[in-house]
Design a protein around this ligand. Structure first.
Ligand code: GAL
Length: 673
């Protein structure tokens, strides 16, 4: 069995992508000296090195890699060794131009950046297997090897290829998935607009067509593209497992929904030995620390609650947004430790030394252009020492209060064209509910809609347009057995083929919610509605309204205005031992808080009113103890009440009563007992 923690790593992971090939060897000595100074424990090597390792077909140059891995080993730095299959060399494309991916409108990409790969291409698959085999044979039992890093961020930036090889591969995938072409016709509803296929050979990828193509075909193509990348990951992983038994294999995910939308991470989480993730702050005006918490929660959930590793983030600014602010003093440590609080076994960066040339030379790094007499370097050294004092948290798990259901496949389906409103955005709802729970100081696990939910007193469904009957049954059993459920609008509408469930909306949820929805009535941009409820309390909504017909549910809030004034807006239904809430409009920030407050009462989740706003408090626990992380994202000093005394690990001070967390600082208390 492969191990599930990096081999030989006895502290938290701290380091980054290390690209020594960008530098003369004379710099390497300084690199390892600085790594020791900063307390670096692991680096990722070789991610983009294929062209150097195999300069011509079948000709290898491993000398430089031997030397750098040896040097790292001599300096006590563990190696996360990559297969370089995200960056095939120029010679490869000269020989195999068919490996370059094609867009839906028929344009073939050129060589010259990275990740230009058609994952169905047989030549690419053979070449990737070959370089992976060479690396596994050479380094599989190297004492520096901690884990394998396959490829890089599958699904980004090319999410699917539409070439003829993919067309043939798609047909084979359909034949395996459906058995007969008639089963495909039924699933996709090809009777509509005369799209019927007589045999598999007539089916193509969903390429450019005059108007909207078949939604079932488009959804299946996303599944196919994802499965095809996963086939390639599994092929490399299996070579590594065979030639280097026991060494764990990972590939770096990008779970932030704003950064990758093409990978079904529930499926990928089952294939890796260690879940790892990359996370970058997006400056789109939203609260970046909340977005970070959401990505970390998603990553931990994809790992089934087990520890995972933050493999990349940035020490300061990135360089691929229109505007790339530097991180504020202290922000890098706060970001790093917020990931650790939510289950990461360390904090790694892109990249170790800031490049002088190439596309990412203005992206920050651990060793900036300015060298070591810089704020960034001093903070890097400080973070290394901080992480070193937190070694005991390794192996512990983050405690969660609430489950939020999320399904990448439902997201894909809802984002297809021609929906009742393009403003009904599932990602926006997932963000909004997560943020409202974050602000109530509730720690969120994400869960697949068919997962066992009985451990959670409260389950929230922000947006599950696609819901299988099995998921509906799961939610019903959850409520009947005493759970509290909150469901937001436009959930439970279609099955796995994007076919509307039979009967009234929302098919698999009608009984559990005790209602049906007769008609959607989305609002035009800029239009709002008011809903009034108990004791005249008024909430605001926009984007969506609908005609809800209670069939057992009690109406708690009603539309006060808008197209369906007077009708139910928010309902509550008792079923068995539990309660199911339904909200039929897009509640604003305040409305969500009120609704979740009511649901939390039903779920008997104690309020955390004693915790200050934007001071994140998360607990990790396990065999080595209980650890309370307090991350102060505000500019004011804060106090966090402790139920149990303990020792603050970053300062070594005893902690009891009300823990002082200075402005912008992080405290980690090992609780006694
Ligand atoms: C990641 C990628 C790295 C680097 C980084 C910073 O997505 O894996 O190679 O490009 O972004 O931009």
């Amino acid at each position: 069995m492969p191990e599930t923690t990096p081999r030989g790593l006895t502290r938290l992971a701290f380091g980054g992508d290390y690209n020594p090939e960008q530098w003369p060897e004379s710099v390497w000595q300084e690199d390892v000296r600085l790594m020791r100074e900063a307390g670096v424990t692991m680096v990722s090597v070789g991610i983009f090195s294929w062209a150097l390792l195999e300069p011509a077909p079948g000709e290898y140059d491993f000398g430089w890699l031997d030397r750098i891995i040896g040097l790292l080993h001599d300096n006590g730095v563990r190696v996360d060794l990559a297969t370089p299959t995200v960056a095939p060399p120029a010679w490869f494309y000269r020989e195999h131009p068919g490996a370059l991916p094609v867009t839906a409108d028929g344009v073939r990409y050129e060589f010259g950046s990275r990740a230009a790969i058609c994952h169905s291409n047989a030549d690419y698959r053979a070449a990737a297997a070959n370089i992976t085999t060479e690396l596994a044979e050479r380094y599989g039992d190297h004492p520096a090897l901690a884990m394998w890093h396959v490829h890089n961020e599958y699904g980004v930036p090319v999410s699917a290829c539409y070439c003829d090889s993919c067309a043939a591969h798609f047909r084979r995938w359909l034949a395996t998935t459906y058995g007969t072409v008639d089963a495909v016709n039924d699933a996709w509803g090809t009777a509509f607009w005369g799209q019927r296929y007589a045999d598999f050979g007539q089916i193509n990828p969903p390429r450019l067509t005059p108007t909207v193509g078949n939604p079932g075909q488009a959804l299946d193509y996303r599944r196919f593209a994802d499965a095809t990348m996963r086939e390639n990951f599994v092929a490399e992983r299996d070579i590594l497992h065979r030639l280097a038994p026991g060494v764990p294999v990972t590939t770096n995910f990008m779970t932030a929904l704003s950064q990758c939308d093409s990978v079904d991470y529930w499926a990928w989480g089952r294939e890796v030995d260690i879940v790892t993730n990359d996370h970058y702050l997006i400056t789109d005006g939203r609260r970046t620390h909340v977005n970070l918490a959401m990505a970390a929660d998603l990553t931990r959930s994809v790992a089934g609650g087990a520890p995972w590793i933050l493999l990349e983030h940035s020490t300061s600014g990135v360089n691929w947004q229109p505007h790339n602010p530097a991180k504020a003093p202290g922000q890098m440590a706060r970001n790093s430790l917020a990931h650790v609080a939510r289950g990461s076994e360390g904090a790694m960066f892109f990249q170790w030394r800031q490049s002088r040339r190439g596309a990412e030379k203005f992206h920050s790094a651990m060793v900036p252009h300015g060298g070591t007499d810089t704020r960034v370097w001093r903070e890097v050294v400080e973070l290394g020492a901080g992480l070193d004092s937190l070694s005991a948290v390794r192996g512990t798990r983050t405690e969660a209060d609430v489950a939020v259901l999320w399904d990448w496949q439902s997201w894909w389906a809802q984002n297809l064209a021609w929906r009742p409103s393009e403003d009904a955005d599932p990602r926006e709802r997932a963000d909004a509910f997560h943020e409202a729970l974050y602000d109530r100081h509730l720690t969120v696990d994400f869960a697949h809609p068919e997962a066992d939910l009985c451990a959670y007193p409260l389950v929230v469904v922000p947006a599950l347009y696609l819901m299988t009957k099995a998921a509906g049954d799961n939610l019903r059993a959850y409520v009947e057995n005493g759970g509290t459920l909150v469901v937001s609008y436009f959930s439970g509408i279609v099955d796995e083929h994007d076919a509307v469930h039979e009967g009234a909306y929302p098919g698999p949820l009608r009984e559990v919610l005790g209602l049906s929805v007769e008609e959607f009535s989305p609002l035009l941009p800029g239009r709002n509605v008011r809903v009034t409820g108990p004791e005249g309390a008024e909430l605001g909504g926009d984007v969506w309204t609908e005609f809800v017909v209670p069939r057992g549910a009690e109406t708690v809030w009603r539309y006060a205005d808008g197209p369906i004034a007077g009708h139910p807006a928010i309902t509550r239904h008792r079923l068995g031992e539990g309660i199911a809430w339904y909200v039929s409009t897009r509640l604003g920030r305040e409305g969500l808080d009120v609704l979740l407050g009511r649901a939390a009462e039903d779920a008997r989740l104690a309020p955390r009113a004693d915790l200050p706003h934007d001071v994140e408090v998360v607990v990790r626990s396990g065999e080595s103890g209980r650890f309370l992380f307090a991350v102060n994202h505000t500019g004011a000093d804060a106090k966090v009440p402790l139920d149990t005394p303990g020792t603050e690990l970053l300062t070594g001070e005893p902690a009891a009563g009300r823990l002082a967390v200075p402005a912008g600082a992080v405290r980690v208390v090992r609780l006694d007992g």
